[in-house]
Design a protein around this ligand. Sequence first.
Ligand code: COA
Length: 282
Amino acid sequence: MASELVFGLQAREELDEAGLIMARAYENYDYVTLYFPDMEKSRKGLQIFMRCVLKANYGKADLLAVHRDGKLVARATLEAPNFKKPSAFQYIIHGFWRVYLNTKWSEINGFIAMDENASKPCHDFQKLGPDIWYLSMLEVDPSAQGQGVGSQFLTYIEEYVRERGGKQLALFTNSRENLAFYSKRGYEVFHECEIEHNGRKIGSWSMKKNGEVKEPQKIRNLNQALDKLRGEIDTVAPHDCMSLNFEIFEQVQVEKLLNNRSVIILDTALRGKFFNFPHNRI
Ligand SMILES: CC(C)(COP(=O)(O)OP(=O)(O)OC[C@H]1O[C@@H](n2cnc3c(N)ncnc32)[C@H](O)[C@@H]1OP(=O)(O)O)[C@@H](O)C(=O)NCCC(=O)NCCS
């Protein structure tokens, strides 16, 4: 039987390991090699860079992790709508200066400038609403790629965002494989451009997904349970009519359904009304 993936928040003690996964995952990524053509020489600097970025963002961004058999296999950085970038000082205290000792100044400075530019469409897009999240990084350790980890992680991330009131999730990517990966999972391109450096060009696609496109597992379970009970709904009197926010409602119900096998179900067609069902029918 395949080992179970455990999703959750990144522990501080694992930031070094997470930085190594990032460095390994991006080693052959055009976005990185465009500015660091000699990977042998840049590898150490990139590892320090990734660790530093993670440490400076710890407690600011939402750092998520996936474990399998107790081992970290994937990680992601999510920027909430109210995310505040770490200051230059925070990068310095986390050892950013060491990056300069291990890479060429021109390479690292060029990379940072390119990254600011490439992420701008997503950052601008985030300003359009109070409920837009930005997935700034997602990496699966190369040894675990191609086994469904990234897909399941993305589903978890979307659910995580939705549970926190997020309505849209934005991200950008720079490879055609990833473009296909995200397109297949319901993301659409809202901005497209090319990045050019030293005669090499790569694509940059900013993508977004609306909250309703992905039906999170919990909502799916609720809807499946409702479908089973639909025929019996008329026989049960509405328990209570309340005018709470629909979404909060929905989440409360789903939580109860999953955690306590609750008997209270919100019928999405009869918005705002509760019905009691015997425990054993769910
Ligand atoms: C892109 C990435 C997160 C996908 O995670 P994953 O666990 O390999 O993905 P899954 O196994 O769930 O799905 C594999 C799908 O992605 C595609 N894919 C893209 N890059 C891949 C890679 N390096 N290895 C395997 N599959 C890859 C496969 O073709 C496959 O397509 P399918 O949906 O038609 O089956 C992961 O490959 C990765 O970390 N890559 C390097 C870092 C990166 O590019 N991060 C994203 C930046 S936007």
